[in-house]
Design a protein around this ligand. Structure first.
Ligand code: HSE
Length: 340
């Protein structure tokens, strides 16, 4: 059955996702029997467009690039109305991440799930502040709430543990979970200033809408909270995670690390210790011989310590337009598969 998709939010991730859909339309049909229409898009900046038969995505992308707003198929709907009134059976929540309380994205997800519409999101807000409630609501209503893109963009992490690693107990997860800060630290090592490196990360679409969330460690803090709660059965609140970002690291600290054959990395860690889950985000000096020292640029890495398989490490892109767009596609393909 053709998926009818509504996009809530039309920023970097949503546009990257649409480009993938356009470029791979034939391949997706042929290899995965995947067919879609984007029937509605709501964006706080561009407005709302709707066509129950499917929008012309190429034109919508062009419209936004040329006019900085939607100009055709306009309707007078806000985000909630778009979810309620459009004929979409899948809602992709791709609006900005709010790490204060997860809103309005939590309401978007809740509204969709109550109407028995699947929800796919890369928005960390609902995953951090309401994962258990929203996934219970999805289960009760016979639909899916999938969040692969919230951690390490499209690099499989949550789906890997839920899928191929199912049956393992996860004792700990440790690694680099923020692309922007890892990119900045790499560039600073090459001699670039912190400000220039941050500006480049923003230009490349790695940074959050408010990059404070990256550099102060809040984005990684959100991701570690998600790992703890979704994969380790914890009940951590965002504020329970000890958190320090990279803003105090200077070029001279980086030079000093080089002299010590080491590198600064923003390390995320969550572990089960004496029956308690403890999580933290902090910069650490990593010896060049350590595998995480070789993870540079916007690349992320995570090592899971499991009971049956020992250590399992995943390394891959942690941020980016197409990379996160792919995470959305991978969850949509799972929904499509589950229908067979
Ligand atoms: N700002 C995030 C990062 C994007 O840099 O990792 C992906 O969540």
């Amino acid at each position: 059955m053709k998926q009818k998709i509504a996009l809530i939010g039309f920023g970097t991730v949503a546009q990257g996702f649409c480009e993938i859909l356009l470029n791979k339309k034939k391949e997706l049909k042929k290899n995965y029997n995947y067919e879609y229409e984007i029937v509605a898009i709501n964006d706080i900046k561009y407005g709302t467009v709707f066509n129950p038969q499917g929008l012309n995505i190429k034109k919508v992308l062009e419209d936004v690039r040329t006019n900085n707003k939607f100009t055709k198929n306009l309707v007078d709907w806000d985000s909630i109305k778009t979810i309620k009134k459009s004929n979409a059976n899948v809602i992709c929540e791709l609006a900005y991440t709010n790490l204060k309380n997860g809103q309005p994205a939590i309401n978007h997800c809740k509204t969709a799930l109550e109407l028995k519409k699947h929800v796919v999101t890369s928005n960390k807000g609902p995953a951090v502040f309401a994962y258990k409630k929203l996934s219970a609501l999805a289960n009760n209503n016979g639909v899916k709430f999938l969040i692969e893109g919230t951690v390490m963009s499209g690099t499989p992490v949550l789906n890997l543990v839920r899928g191929p690693l199912a049956g393992n107990k996860i004792f700990s997860a440790k690694g680099i979970l923020n692309g922007t800060t890892n990119f900045i630290l790499t560039r600073m090592e090459e001699g670039m200033s912190y400000q220039d490196a941050l500006a480049e990360a923003q230009k490349l679409g790695y940074a959050e809408a408010d990059p404070t969330n990256d550099v102060e460690g809040f984005d990684a803090r959100a991701k570690v909270t998600i790992l703890a709660n979704v994969l380790m059965g914890a009940n951590l609140h965002f504020n329970d995670v000890e958190c320090e970002g990279i803003t105090k690291i200077t070029l001279s600290d980086i030079e000093e690390a080089k002299r010590q054959n080491s590198r600064w990395k923003l390390i995320a860690s969550v572990e089960l210790k004496n029956g308690k889950i403890i999580a933290s985000i902090k910069p650490q000096l990593i010896p060049l011989t350590h595998p995480l020292a070789g993870v540079t640029g916007s690349t992320n890495a995570i090592t899971f310590t499991t009971d049956l398989l020992g250590d399992v490490t995943v390394i891959g892109k942690g941020a980016g337009k197409v990379e996160t767009g792919f995470a959305i596609l991978s969850d949509l393909l799972e929904i499509n598969d589950s229908k067979k």
